[in-house]
Design a binder for this molecule. Structure first.
Ligand code: NAP
Length: 305
């Protein structure tokens, strides 16, 4: 078993990482690092530097912090010779992510920028289905209620918090993994509440090399969760819904296994640790950075989380 420390015991650590690690025979949850959070029965620390100095037996550090504090923690772990797994997005900026990759190479340790939505049950089948068809139109609709999914998470509206791109980057992680061709943002309309530094809604248009219409509609003010990618091709239409868990082709349900996003991420990390490999695909983040660079900002009413 590989000893692992989990850093940032908040919503996603408790909802997904802890159950995935505890259920796996590959992993031993050996410590947590968090100022307030802890996991019953697991040694709890509040300072990563002290953990790295005092627990040389812990070979892997998995970071579940929000994006802005992530870089300092990841750099400390890599400099201490530990393998590192990053929640999405892998950093607050692209340059940070490139710096982490260089550090991992220098120290010859594994580094994994995880994209949990890519592991959803229908994604691989969607990729296969699209691989030999001609795309005409792809439309992302990614809408959810920020108050339900991110209660009290002030970081999401602060600089570096990404706003609606925090869930939206999950859609982009799927799109960049299922489309055979590269796309890029050509236009972005961003709605920014008076009390936010980040957009609460976004509408994106993309260039597609084959001339297909590619669009994304993201909104954090929706009462209903809609996490859907619809692709119309020369040979039928596929709909990936429920965040990638469900796939239909021309209305017919496609068979696939259970949705096991986080167990699959940890299985991928087991392989990377064995190889000392680096999996640092930054394509989803590049599209978000481009949307923020190109985006027209439209002020909207203040919105409290
Ligand atoms: P969260 O609960 O707000 O934060 C996780 C923990 O990080 C907090 O409990 C806090 O623990 C620590 N933390 C928060 N701000 C910090 C800061 N400025 N400096 C140091 N530590 C800080 O957030 P989350 O929802 O778990 O999200 C964390 C990451 O997971 C994000 O990148 C998010 O995109 C991703 N994610 C979230 C979800 C979801 O459903 N929420 C789903 C998939 C991925 P202590 O106070 O105990 O130190």
């Amino acid at each position: 078993m590989i000893r692992i420390a989990l850093v940032g015991i908040g919503k996603i650590a408790v909802d997904q990482h802890v159950p995935a690690i505890l259920a796996s025979s590959d992993w031993d949850l050996a410590a947590t690092v968090s100022r307030h959070g802890f996991v019953e029965g697991i040694p709890a620390h509040d300072d990563l530097g002290r953990l790295l100095a005092g627990r040389p037996d812990i070979r892997v550090v998995s970071l579940c912090l929000p994006p802005v504090p992530r870089f300092a923690a990841a750099a400390a772990a890599l400099n201490a010779g530990r393998h590192v797994m990053l929640e999405k997005p892998p950093g607050a900026t692209l340059s940070e992510c490139h710096a982490l990759e260089a550090l991992a190479r220098r120290h010859r340790v594994a580094l994994y920028a995880t994209w949990h939505s890519r592991e959803a049950a229908g994604v691989a089948a969607a990729r296969d289905w699209l691989s030999d068809r001609t795309l005409r139109r792809l439309h992302v609709t990614w809408k959810e209620d920020v108050r339900r999914w991110h209660p009290g998470q002030d970081w999401i509206r602060q600089p570096g918090g990404l706003g609606v791109f925090d869930p939206g980057i999950n859609a982009l992680s799927i799109v960049t993994s299922i489309l055979p061709e590269p796309i890029h943002v050509t236009r972005a309309e961003l709605e920014v509440p008076a009390n936010w530094q980040t957009p609460i809604a976004a509408r994106l248009d993309f260039h597609h090399p084959g001339g297909a219409e590619v669009r994304a509609d993201l909104d954090f003010r929706s009462r209903a969760d809609v996490w859907t990618i619809e692709a119309e091709t020369d040979a039928g239409t596929m709909v990936l819904s429920e965040g990638g868990a469900r796939l239909t082709v021309d209305g017919v349900e496609q068979a696939h296994g259970p949705n096991r996003e986080y167990p699959r991420l940890y299985a991928n990390m087991t392989r990377l640790v064995a190889e000392g490999g680096i999996d640092m695909d930054l394509a989803p983040m590049r599209h978000v950075a481009d949307a923020l660079a190109l985006g027209a900002r439209h002020p909207v009413a203040a919105f409290d989380i």
